[in-house]
Design a protein. Sequence first.
Lengths: 225, 422
Amino acid sequence: MNWTAVLEFARGPFFKVALLVFIAGMAYRIARIIMLGWKKDRVPPRGSKVEGAAISFLKGILIWPFIPWVKDTFKRNPIIYIAGGLFHLGLFVVLILGTAHMLVWKSLLGFGWATLPLPIVDWLAAVAIVAMIVLFIHRLTNPVMRLISGWPEWLNLLFVFLPMVTGYMMTHHLFFRYEVLFSLHMLSVNVMLIWIPISRISHFVFYFFSKAIHGADFGKRSVSP
Amino acid sequence: MKTISNIAMNTFVKETGGYVAAQLEACTRCGMCADACHFYVATGNPEYAPVWKIDLLKRAYEQRFTLSGKVKLALGVDKPVTDEDIQKFSKIVYEACTMCNKCSMVCPMGLQLGPLIHEVRTSMSNAGVVPDDLMKAVNKQVEEGSPLGVTDDVYDDRIEWVADEWEVDIPVDVKGADTLVVFSSIEVMKFPENIAAIAKILNTAGEKWTLSTAGREVVNFGFYEGSEERTKMFMQRIFDAAKELGVKKIVVTECGHAYDALRWTSYNMMEVPAGIEITHIVGLIGEYVRSGKIKLKAGAFDNGVITFHDACKIQRRGGHIKEPREILKILAPNSFKEMSPSKEQAICCGGGGGVIAIKEADPVRYAAFELKIDQMKAVGADAVVMSCSNCRLQFTDCVQHFNLDVKVKGLSQMVADALEER
């Protein structure tokens, strides 16, 4: 098999198509939600909705993904909670502050930025992969998770796991030739990009809707979200 | 076809706007909400996970609105919602959910699961799949004006008796009063001392207040049921009475769900008479204490350990978190101890949302209360105070059921007992 040709295809035309599907698909989904109609809230507030939303985002992004005891509930299940936080941290650091990925962004956007040293990014990538395995085992064994997991949930895990593992193997030149790993990495990235708009991985966009709703609903009652 | 699944599905579709859809899209199915639900924690039944309670809403949304949902349906991966599904979920959303919205506090995406489950109840109500006990109470409120059978005559007798028994002035149907106070029939029938207490506080503060015979019931069983029509009907009675009497303020007494309906929901459902403020008795008492309209004997209840139970609809969803604490710090500066978790993170009593009215829900209701027992034991509480008579009904019943050595108190009553003479 000619891996060089596969790689050229995977990082060339296929990547462009996948990226286009991703962008168009997400744009469609956001537009549809916005156009479904939003009733005006006529309830006289006791507190500030904007303040509530701001606190809601601050807590959601900075504070509580990593500190389970802030919310007493997670004393029961701290490992899963921390795994979820670390997975997202690892994912975003690798995607944005990893040098190789920054260069991809640069080629797409036209500008780049400073990145973190490889060992740090590498460790976080490993942490994210381990966290994902923990989350997978949790989904497999917890009765609630089994009840609410259909095949899309399993595919979500698979389609995010593959790019992460192939990327990690690529950095460490494990098991296969570089072109092979690079090809597999790009192919799996492309599959994931196409999968995102038709799956719940798209939550990274709707997060901003639901968190704002949450913050506003609590803020208007002057309750800390 | 007019099958119940069809009616339910159509209701879901009607109710789905951006608010509902954006939240359903945001759900990652991470399952974290399960650990926040007292019914799940108490029983371990995975079907009580909040995310599962909105599963029908999610399927309806996917199948009717989204491309992937339609494809899944066509491929047979997802099945159409059946009548059996609706029947099964009716039990889950009415018997094992108080819509306390604690789950929204732990949802990483911030979904307002309580209100979403309320949407599920709305479709159940339209399809006519509501537990019998709850529906009987709703019908009683439609016909007699109160789920506990407090008719005009019963009400008048009862109020007259309270006024005599506790020697307190209770104005009824006074035109031109500033404030209309609306009690719940739980207070009228089961905690009459609460009426006397609140009357005493209002009189001491010099409030120009009145009760209304026509608008005598603050409890809203239509809201429990999820029926938009009946929720509005019951609130309309109060608004009509308020207009008739020309008041400027409506005070909801110790009933949580009623407060959620009147204060936080009515404006988006119907025409609320202009110039009328809606507030809760705890908010009003808090205001009196802050402004000095009433003075409380400091340390009046300072013995043993007193703790406060936050009601989901008055504290977490009502916002009156500070007032009870300010009051308790005056009444019991040394005895007052917080349970953990408390305030907006508090664990629900397990009896709200109509659950206590459904006999078949008794086992899960008692099971959920065991979490409260653990919390009270952890602080060594001799007494527990609350500002919701529905919670109080649950506490009183459960203290008896579990044979606990804990006194159950209403906050207004403690305030009334500690009033300094003016």
